[in-house]
Design a binder for this molecule. Structure first.
Ligand SMILES: [Zn+2]
Ligand SMILES: [Zn+2]
Length: 266
């Protein structure tokens, strides 16, 4: 392992669709999509699923949350994240939207009655909601986005710092055009997080749901020259033994299935 990693990814939530718990979910975890990326002294959180409850509540510098899209499994943790109730604590939240007003409206669709008791603007912390630009810089860290392939919309997010890069391709359904675009966007990335929600046997009955398979992830890293692949967005009905079996079958030294609580250093 690198003694001085440039970038560190901590897996906080691996599940897609809904959270799940129980004895069959102890290895890969049951919380929904959330990943912490630390680079250049910055803390960037990818998505705000229930895994966000496992994120630190204090940071050296204010954290930035980037939302790939607005499906509930990527937002469910926000309302219970301690930091947004802490007076004086600033959290920046970037949302796929046209402008700030649109971004606030989008967040309030889930976080207001009747789905949630109060709006997040009434919490005691300082949550700054903004529209996600196509690209931006957070300190010395560069963020770029690309359109994905998912019902509604979902952004693919690339994070670059020093010589390292990571691509977050959650909620992505493969097709010729979108997979080509993703391969170009991921060219030579150090790590790609890829939606492998379905086993190859489950995919046919879920075509059009906006998710992909580990096999498609494998062909992506072959096409893009990316160095490592992390399979994410596990189906809530995929138990530990099913995921272990899929990982074993794929049998590739640079492919792993995301496990809640584990970190990868680049
Ligand atoms: Zn999702
Ligand atoms: Zn989605």
């Amino acid at each position: 392992m690198d003694q001085n990693p440039c970038m560190r990814l901590t897996v906080l939530g691996t599940r897609g669709s809904v959270p799940i718990c129980g004895n069959d979910y102890t290895i890969f975890g049951g919380s929904t999509s959330c990943y912490l990326v630390e680079a250049g002294g910055e803390s960037i959180i990818l998505d705000a699923g229930t895994g966000l409850l496992g994120a630190p509540s204090s940071f050296e510098r204010e954290p930035t949350i980037l939302l790939s899209h607005l499906h509930a499994d990527h937002l469910l943790g926000l309302g219970m994240y301690k930091r947004i109730s802490q007076p004086g604590a600033t959290t920046r939240l970037f949302v796929p939207a046209r402008d700030t007003q649109d971004a606030r409206v989008a967040i309030n669709r889930l976080y207001s009655p009747p789905l949630w008791p109060v709006e997040l603007s009434s919490y005691k912390g300082d949550l700054q909601v903004e529209a996600m630009p196509r690209s931006m810089q957070i300190g010395d860290v560069f963020v770029e986005t690309e359109q994905g392939s998912h019902p509604g919309t979902c952004l693919i997010i690339k994070i670059r710092y020093a010589q390292k890069s990571l691509v977050y391709a959650t909620d992505f359904e493969h097709n010729e055009e979108a997979s080509f675009r993703l391969a170009e966007f991921s060219r030579n990335a150090d790590l790609v997080l890829y939606d492998g929600q379905y086993g190859a046997d489950q995919y046919e009955s879920h075509r059009g749901f906006g998710h992909s398979t580990p096999d498609e992830g494998l062909s992506l890293i072959k096409r893009s020259g990316a160095k490592q692949l992390l399979i994410i967005h596990h189906d809530p009905l995929s138990t530990d033994s099913m995921l272990l079996e899929r990982e074993r079958t794929l049998n590739h030294p640079h492919v792993r299935f995301a496990r809640e609580g584990k970190a990868i250093e680049l």
